[in-house]
Structures are given as C-alpha cells and as structure tokens.
Design a protein around this ligand. Structure first.
Ligand SMILES: [Zn+2]
Ligand SMILES: [Zn+2]
Ligand SMILES: [Zn+2]
Ligand SMILES: [Zn+2]
Length: 123
C-alpha cells in the first residue's frame, strides 16, 4: 500500500497499479520508490466552478455554494448520495471512455490506459 512510483514528466506520485500517470498521462517509468503513504486524504469531490475540494457529506461547495455534480454525467447529486441518481455511477467516480475502467474522481487520466478525462460540464 505504501509503494508509489514517481512520474518522470510531472513528478507526481502514482499508485503501483497505475500504468499511466493519473495527472498527465505519461506511461509508468522504471523509477520505483517506497514513499511513506500519508493517511488517505479525505474523500473529496471537486467543485466544477471553483475547483475546491469538498467532503462527500456536503451537497454544496463550501466555497462558492455550487451543487455537487456527478463526474460521469455532470448532473447535480443530492446530499450524501452514494450513487448518481441519473447515471448510476458511484459518487466521485468516472468511467474511462476507452477501456471502461472505473476511475477515482481525482484522476485526470485513466490509470489503466492513459485516456484523458473530460469533465462532463465542459462537454
Ligand atoms: Zn505525470
Ligand atoms: Zn465551489
Ligand atoms: Zn451521473
Ligand atoms: Zn482507460
């Protein structure tokens, strides 16, 4: 669980099972480090307006008041919802268009095939 690899392009830490950097899409290199894992950061959803992280219990952005949206379909979700009532995907996840892999909302690229995520609110 502590093992991470560092992206040669952007320097961000990725989980060992990620084959592509989730921040910039660069394929995994050979550099492997055992960086001590800090306690899992709180599960956050990212506001589509101000990009601030908010806890999943909050249905509204604590910074700008925007409603929480689904990463997959971009529709707003209710308070404490575990699954999107519109598309049924797990809260805070998105599905890769290329390989269908379920991705964490904080991933900007698919960790399996490197396909870029386009926020639904930008489509
Ligand atoms: Zn990277
Ligand atoms: Zn906001
Ligand atoms: Zn949805
Ligand atoms: Zn993929």
């Amino acid at each position: 669980m502590a093992e991470k690899w560092i992206c040669a392009a952007c320097g961000e830490k990725n989980d060992m099972e990620n084959r592509f950097c989730i921040y910039c899409g660069t394929p995994k290199g050979t550099t492997v480090t055992a960086a001590p894992e800090q306690t899992q950061e709180a599960h956050l959803w990212i506001c589509s307006v101000c990009m601030a992280g908010n806890p999943f219990e909050d249905a509204f952005c604590t910074h700008c008041g925007e409603t929480r949206v689904c990463y997959e379909c971009g529709k707003s979700m209710g308070k404490g919802e575990k699954y999107c009532p519109h598309c049924g995907i797990e809260a805070g996840k998105w599905k890769c268009l290329n390989c269908g892999g379920l991705q964490n909302g904080k991933n900007k690229f698919c960790e399996l095939c490197g396909t870029k995520w386009y926020p639904p609110w930008e489509k």
